[in-house]
Design a protein around this ligand. Structure first.
Ligand code: SF4
Length: 494
């Protein structure tokens, strides 16, 4: 729907943001220079009554001398905070107007736009709702479809024992970031750069060593127990064999203890892993590796700038298995340029033939900072219906293979209005993936662009970001270390 001008009776950032989310969901494009427009003007007026705990939303469309007007009124629940509830009701009212009055297609996730949808389910559980009640709330309050409501509820229940364990404030995780890759993928929005010169890489590793030593001192000071280690990026295996081995030796020496339950290393780009690096991973006790095909279609791999082919993926799997690594995760992306249901069928079959232990199905997200977003108009992406069909094909194949969903997250602008779902066999779930999404555990991140999340008493969360820019990270490392020291002191005491 193309509209020439738009009015909202609020300039508050959060209200503008949530209304924009609904307009994006229903593909409403505001363009004052459009040569054709469905309507000249769209007006959205929200009236909040704190006394009645209600929100009335009116949507008015103007075209020439005609005016269409629709409205909805909704009420807050007794157990809902006024602030969060008002935001939800504005979205819900608009959603109902678009679907029921303007006859737009409903969305699988309704108005649930958060990155971590299971957090809502965990909150409902804490409020004492049983399974039936919380599924009803997801459907009524957020217009989530029954399959998605069941999916996040199943995942939320599966995660409970892991989150229960995270109640121990001394049990933490550590993330080590290597923000380098062999080349840049078309869809990448991460602050990762192509592996720099030997000199800059050496400087990075020296700074990282210093940061690891400082964080190790904090871990000792607070008597933390490291439950999981995750070496990610970027692509850590972009480093040469010696640097990679030295890095893992340092990480293992600094963070491994009897409390460690999981040690993951990302080898996302199959062209960056070989038998020697795989042996280093085993030598230092890492037990999980990610080898990420994204697709098994060579023409797509070329198009998205991966600089490897499907055969490289098969070779990488062999090396990793030969080295003795127990658990291999693979990431796939649904909705890549030019792909369709036949590609999805072929890719998932070839991936399952490799017998991975864990499969994460991502829906392509068109994110700011990615080249794909910039060249969007020159590339053919599958439409929502095709992406949803591809997702159904892969989801069924993964379930038939015996894996079950155990973590989920969503991003903005996801193809097919879908989600990212990690699946594994029961009992071999990735603990780090659950903890990072659950946000109940302190996670200390080291390295360029790494994020630390410090959990305060009462579950309040404070986040600290290392610089995304490589040179800012190298030149200001003490600033980032000090920020974590301050947060830890606030959360855990002196
Ligand atoms: S491998 Fe990952 S981090 Fe590296 S460029 Fe591709 S999407 Fe970005």
């Amino acid at each position: 729907m193309i509209i020439k001008s738009f009015y909202l009776n609020s300039t508050r950032e959060i209200i503008v943001k949530i209304v924009k989310e609904i307009l994006v969901l229903f593909k409403v494009n505001i363009d004052e220079n459009a040569t054709y427009a469905d309507y000249d003007r769209l007006e959205i007026i929200n009236e909040v009554s704190e006394e009645n705990r209600s929100v009335k939303t009116t949507l008015i469309l103007h075209k020439d001398d005609k005016t269409l007007s629709f409205n909805r009124i909704s009420y807050l629940h007794a157990d809902e905070s006024v602030k969060a509830g008002i935001n939800r009701l504005i979205k819900l009212n608009l959603y109902h107007i678009f679907c029921e009055d303007l006859r737009k297609k409903t969305a699988p996730w309704g108005i649930l736009h958060g990155v971590r949808p299971t957090k809502i389910v965990h909150r409902f559980m804490e409020n004492g709702l049983n399974r039936e009640e919380l599924i009803k709330r997801l459907k009524d309050d957020y217009e989530v479809t029954a399959p998605k409501a069941n999916l996040i509820t199943d995942i939320a229940y599966l995660q409970l024992p892991f989150l229960e364990k995270a109640r121990d404030p001394r049990l933490i995780s550590v993330y080590v970031g290597i923000p380098f890759c062999p080349s840049r993928c078309l869809y990448c929005s991460f602050p990762s750069s192509i592996l720099p010169s030997d000199e800059v890489t050496a400087k990075y590793l020296k700074t990282l060593r210093y940061e690891i030593e400082q964080i190790k001192a904090l871990i000792d000071k607070y008597d933390f127990k490291v439950q999981t280690i995750y070496v990610g990026g970027g692509t850590p295996t972009s480093l040469n064999e010696n640097d990679f081995d030295d890095l893992l030796a340092l990480v293992a020496k600094s963070f491994k203890s009897d409390y460690l339950e999981e040690f993951t290393v990302e080898a996302g780009r199959p062209d960056s892993i070989n038998l020697e690096k795989a042996k280093s991973i085993v030598k230092y006790g890492a037990d999980r590796v990610s080898v990420n095909p994204q697709t098994m279609q060579d023409r797509t791999l070329r198009l998205i700038g991966r600089r490897h082919c499907a055969d490289d993926i098969i070779r990488a799997f062999k090396d990793v298995r030969k080295a003795g690594i127990k658990h291999i995760n693979t990431d796939l992306i649904i909705g890549l340029p030019g792909e369709n249901e036949a590609d999805a069928t072929d890719t998932i079959k070839k991936v399952i033939d490799l017998q991975p232990d864990d499969i994460t199905l991502h829906a392509l997200a068109l994110k700011k900072g990615s080249e794909l977003k910039l060249i969007r108009d020159n590339i053919v992406l599958p439409d929502d219906e095709t992406v949803q069909n591809m997702s159904a094909i892969m989801t069924k194949a993964v379930a038939d293979y015996g894996l079950i969903p155990y973590y989920i997250y969503r991003q903005g602008y996801m193809s097919g209005q879908l989600e990212n779902v990690g699946c594994s066999r029961k009992g071999s779930e990735g603990i780090y993936n659950i903890q990072i999404m659950g946000e109940r555990q302190t996670i200390l991140g080291v390295g360029g662009a790494a994020t630390s999340k410090i959990v305060y008493p009462g579950k309040r969360l404070q986040t600290s970001f290392n610089a995304k820019d490589l040179y800012t990270y190298l030149n200001s490392i003490d600033k980032y270390i000090d920020r974590r020291k301050t947060l830890l002191k606030d959360a855990y005491g002196e």
